[in-house]
Design a binder for this molecule. Structure first.
Ligand code: SAM
Ligand code: SF4
Length: 340
């Protein structure tokens, strides 16, 4: 086989469109301490049954195979990944993996609530950085949006990540019409003043109520229009496979990002593959098919069989997510059970 190789042995994870996969997102749990409306229902969540959840040994085993196939970045997510009791231990073991490209960079996407207690131990265990979700700076909006009154705790978590040196601290906000779309300038000011990077996300059709409406969605163009009324934005070149497009704010060095998954999909450069907390490999957030790595691992599959499963999963990866196609179907799992 010609083309890029993954260090000393195995060819990298390339799909049929030539996309080399370097980024593995691992969901540590589907449980969460918040109930963001765009992600989870208020109640009656169909939790993944406990015995189906991967053990830490199983997660590390799968990640070790992936790192051997050229995965260089591992992002832990959920649900709320820090609800997993041994989250620090998981980070320690993943950050110690050694593949042909060296150890992977391990990062985390979190709602921040447990960071006051865990930021320092996570850093010590080898965590490189964090993305914290912060959709609003208004207590009442936070309460309505997440169905929990925890804005202060989230802000304390962000400060703890900063103090622990988990840099750069990136903040993510899903922009929703009539909810927080009037806050984008305030959120950027909040981030810039503290040396964080604010990133806005177009809402995707992953809500449990299936109420997402393309016409009501706040687009990248609208977000930029609001920001340009307050700041001078200059595009930062060299985006690579990153989902966020970046702009310097008022000449920099501060930057703001927009993840325009719907109006400007970045599928052509996608290098991500996802492992759910119950051991299903997904080639895309919006995939409708999954590859059952949990059964393989529990049946005693060797590394070659796991490698074959990774390759088969990516061989079926589609060119794009087709959200704008009238025939688009939302995945069966909610976002909290896929791993955002
Ligand atoms: N609980 C953690 C958190 O909130 O950061 C990690 C999991 S959460 C599913 C990961 C990211 O997905 C968050 O930034 C969240 O805002 C985003 N997200 C969830 N549902 C979304 C949706 N329908 N559209 C766009 N982004 C979404
Ligand atoms: Fe929980 Fe994150 Fe989903 Fe909010 S976005 S409900 S914090 S998993």
């Amino acid at each position: 086989m010609s083309g890029p190789r993954s260090g000393a042995g195995r060819p990298p994870l390339v799909d049929r469109f030539g996309r080399v996969h370097r980024d593995l997102r691992i969901s540590l749990t589907d449980r969460c301490s918040l109930r963001c409306t765009y992600c989870m229902p208020a109640e009656g969540v169909p939790w993944l049954p406990g015995p189906t959840m991967l053990t830490t040994d199983e997660i590390v085993r799968i990640a070790r195979v992936a790192v051997g196939l050229g995965i260089t970045e591992i992002r832990l997510t959920g649900g709320e990944p820090l609800l997993r009791p041994d989250a620090v231990e998981v980070v320690r073991r993943l950050a110690a993996l050694d593949g042909p490209d060296g150890p992977p960079e391990v990062s985390l996407t979190t709602n921040g609530l447990r960071l006051p207690a865990l930021a320092a131990p996570l850093r010590e265990a080898g965590l490189a950085r964090v993305n914290v979700s912060l959709d609003t700076l208004r207590r009442e909006t936070f309460r309505t949006l997440t169905r929990r009154d925890r804005l202060e705790a989230t802000l304390a978590g962000i400060a703890a990540a900063d103090a622990a040196g988990l840099h750069p601290v990136k903040l993510n906000a899903v922009v929703m019409r009539g909810v927080n779309d009037d806050e984008v300038v305030d959120l950027v000011r909040f981030a810039v003043e503290r040396g964080y990077q604010m990133r806005f996300i177009e809402q995707m059709p992953l809500d449990p109520g299936h109420t997402w409406d393309r016409r009501a969605m706040v687009t990248q163009a609208e977000i930029l229009e609001r920001l340009r009324a307050a700041f001078t934005l200059t595009e930062v070149p060299g985006r690579g496979s990153a989902p966020a497009e970046l702009w310097h704010v008022d000449g920099g060095p501060a930057t703001v990002g927009v993840i325009a998954s719907v109006t400007a999909p970045f599928c052509g450069a996608c290098d991500r593959v996802r492992l759910t907390a119950d051991g299903q490999l997904r080639a895309c957030l919006f995939a409708r098919a999954e590859t059952d790595l949990r059964s393989l691992v529990r049946e005693g599959a060797d590394d070659a069989a796991l490698e074959a499963a990774f390759r088969a999963c990516l061989a079926a990866k589609k060119a794009g997510h087709d959200i704008d196609d009238p025939a688009f179907l939302q995945p069966d799992r909610p976002m909290s059970a896929i791993g955002g």
